[in-house]
Structures are given as structure tokens and as C-alpha cells.
Design a binder for this molecule. Sequence first.
Ligand SMILES: NC(=O)c1ccc[n+]([C@@H]2O[C@H](COP(=O)([O-])OP(=O)(O)OC[C@H]3O[C@@H](n4cnc5c(N)ncnc54)[C@H](OP(=O)(O)O)[C@@H]3O)[C@@H](O)[C@H]2O)c1
Length: 229
Amino acid sequence: MANVFVIGASRGIGLELARSHAARGDRVFAFVRNPDSAGELTEAAGESAGAISVHAMDIGDPASVAQAAADAGGETVDYLYTVAGVTGPTNNELESEIDWDAWDQAFAIMVKGPLAVFKAFLPAMHDGTKVINYSSQLAASTWPYGGMYAYGTMKNGLNRMMRSIAIDVKERGIIVITLHPGWVKTDMGGPDADITTEESVSGTIALADHLTIEDSGDFFNWNGERHAW
Ligand SMILES: NC(=O)c1ccc[n+]([C@@H]2O[C@H](COP(=O)([O-])OP(=O)(O)OC[C@H]3O[C@@H](n4cnc5c(N)ncnc54)[C@H](OP(=O)(O)O)[C@@H]3O)[C@@H](O)[C@H]2O)c1
């Protein structure tokens, strides 16, 4: 049984990670912005015979992240999935007003947030802890399309930051990667996406199980292949 921490578990991929790890007998600490509106997760927790516990965390608020980690009581971290994300501003920014508040929110949630989470849970990590940070194919220089300036920027920044963190904790045996989960049928991915949350998550857990310290700092696809930077 592993201790699994999922940050952003109210719906979509994070919810499926909580369900799937609990189903194989792991202990899941599920963090959500608002436990009162995380109905599906609360239901899954109720049916999990104590395998899933639900905790409050707004990843965009460093004080909330620190408090949430303290609430988890210093339990050893075996797997940490930082999943929470937002699309950010999607208007045509060259032709219309730029929504700077939406840029700041995207930065707080997708760059500062994962750093705050990593630092808050670091004391509970050990040789062999696996940290999987949810990035996107839009982070890569190989992404062929324009648009989505904030989203691509934040995920690209996340990748570089996590590669640096991976280098800094390598001697302690902590494995840190970034992940493209596929184009997934969620509120963010939409109904026309390529794969289901179950497909994405089963591939990701198989990848996570087999990660070694040699993989640390790299960018992966949900199916276990390395992703171009
Ligand atoms: N779906 C795709 O095709 C796709 C592709 C590439 C990358 N990704 C990445 O994969 C991750 C998961 O995506 P998804 O498709 O599952 O998205 P989703 O269905 O839109 O769910 C987003 C999750 O993030 C949480 N969240 C947002 N802001 C938060 C905050 N301040 N504090 C705590 N939780 C917060 C949401 O909680 P609330 O319910 O409280 O809003 C929700 O649980 C994201 O990082 C996304 O960028 C997704």
C-alpha cells in the first residue's frame, strides 16, 4: 500500500487518479479547492472504506497549501500528483484586451502552486518518492499552433522549474517528472478529446510505478513514452 497525494481531485483526471489508486489498495489523500462542491469525490471517499480522505487546498494560495500539508499530518509521501490546472485566458490577445488577472491566476495555479506544493510536502518525501506534475503538450517547442499564450507559457515554465527541482533533489533519491496526460475527455479537454480519464490515468500509474531516478527531470507522455521538450 502506497500513500498517494492528489492535488486537484474534485473532477477530471485528478478524481480518476484518486479512484484508481484507492481501487488498487493505496491510501489516497485527495486535495480540492472546495470540499463542499466536490460531490463525486466525496461519494468515492464514502465508498472507499477509509482509503480516500478529502482535504481542502487552494493551490493558488501559498498559505492554503502550507496549511493543507500540515493537515495531512506529515504522512510519508510515496506518490504526489500535482494535477490542478486552468485554461487561463483564451481570447485573441492580439486583437482584444488582455485579461491580466487571468494571466496572474494561471501563474499562481500552474507555476507558483506546484512549487509551493513541492516545498510543503518535501519534508515527508523519501528516497523513491515519485512526483508527477501535470503539464501539457502545449509546453513543447514542437507544438505547432499559436494562441493559448498563458497556458503554454505556464506549462513550459512548470517543465523548466521541475527539471531544476529534480536536479536539486536527485541526491535524495526523489524522482520528479512532468507529464502530458494526453488529450483527455474532461471539462478542460472537452467531449471530442482522444482518450478517457481511465485510459490516461491507467497509463500514467503504470508509468509512475516504473519510474527510476534516471528518469527524473524528464517530460513524459501518459503512455510512458518521453515527450519532446
Ligand atoms: N484534459 C486535457 O486534455 C489535458 C491536456 C493536457 C494537460 N492537461 C492538464 O491536466 C491537468 C488536469 O486537467 P483536467 O482535464 O482534469 O482539468 P479539469 O477537468 O478542468 O479539472 C481541473 C481541476 O483543477 C482543479 N483546480 C483548478 N484550480 C484550482 C485551485 N486553485 N486549487 C485547487 N484545485 C484547483 C479543479 O478544481 P475545481 O473543481 O475546484 O475547479 C479541478 O479539480 C491540468 O493541469 C491540465 O492543464 C489536461
